[in-house]
Design a protein around this ligand. Structure first.
Ligand SMILES: *Cc1c(COP(=O)(O)O)cnc(C)c1O
Length: 222
């Protein structure tokens, strides 16, 4: 028997250091469950599909801080960018360019994390480290309407804890390398690593945002 959404949130938050924020990943779960988490005092939620994201934003209280965490296609940005406090999953130059031009047209600054690919799985989206560094070394002035807030990454889905540690350490070190090389990125503070299965490990590697779905809302039915 599972614990309630409220209990799960309270218990997870007890485990998190004060500098680590919980993103409750509510994708595939109905608004009633999100409302339950909201009523327990939680305010930061993550969604991964544009249509579902937009529909939920419109149904739920306006003081929720919505994070977009899924793959975003260029023709879907208008469903996401007007409402997202943070787009955590910017995974290509093409979408980054589109976000910047949408933001320019709409007179906005969009907060983003660049998603870095470190896991073994070929299917996971994300930039290579070289691609990220190229953006910051050579193209930063092209993104006047983007606020680079940090990095997001997913570790390999494995029981091999040492392997997960290696991947998280690599992302943490890369985040540090960028911050040191580019002090002009004054908001580059966030490191979004850690999910239901590995967030306790991620805390050891300077995570500032853990994205937790299953452990709060239960198993998703796709
Ligand atoms: C679904 C998802 C999560 C949450 O995964 P859980 O294992 O259910 O905690 C975190 N991050 C991203 C990018 C996701 O798509």
């Amino acid at each position: 028997m599972g614990q309630s959404i409220r209990d799960s949130i309270v218990n997870i938050k007890k485990e998190l250091p004060s500098n680590v924020n919980l993103v409750a990943v509510s994708k595939f779960h109905p608004v009633e469950k999100i409302q339950e988490a909201y009523d327990a005092g939680h305010r930061i939620f993550g969604e991964s599909r544009p249509q579902e994201f937009e529909a939920k934003v419109k149904e739920l209280p306006s003081d929720i801080e919505w994070h977009f965490i899924g793959h975003l296609q260029r023709n879907k940005v208008k469903m996401v960018l007007p409402y997202a406090h943070l787009v955590e999953s910017v995974d290509s130059v093409r979408i980054l360019n589109r976000i910047n031009s949408w933001a320019e047209d709409n007179d906005k600054i969009i907060n983003v994390l660049l998603e870095v690919h470190v896991a073994d799985e070929k299917t996971k989206f994300g930039f290579s480290r070289a691609e990220v560094m190229d953006i910051f070394d050579n193209h930063l002035d092209e993104y006047k309407n983007v606020n680079f807030c940090g990095l997001m990454a997913m570790a390999t889905n494995t029981d091999d804890e040492n392997h997960i540690r290696e991947e998280f350490a690599a992302v943490r070190d890369f985040h540090k390398e960028i911050s040191e090389k580019h002090p002009e990125l004054c908001n580059f503070k966030e490191l979004s690593i850690g999910m239901s299965g590995d967030y306790k490990i991620a805390i050891d590697y300077s995570s500032t945002l853990v994205r937790i779905g299953t452990k709060i809302f239960g198993v998703r039915e796709y």
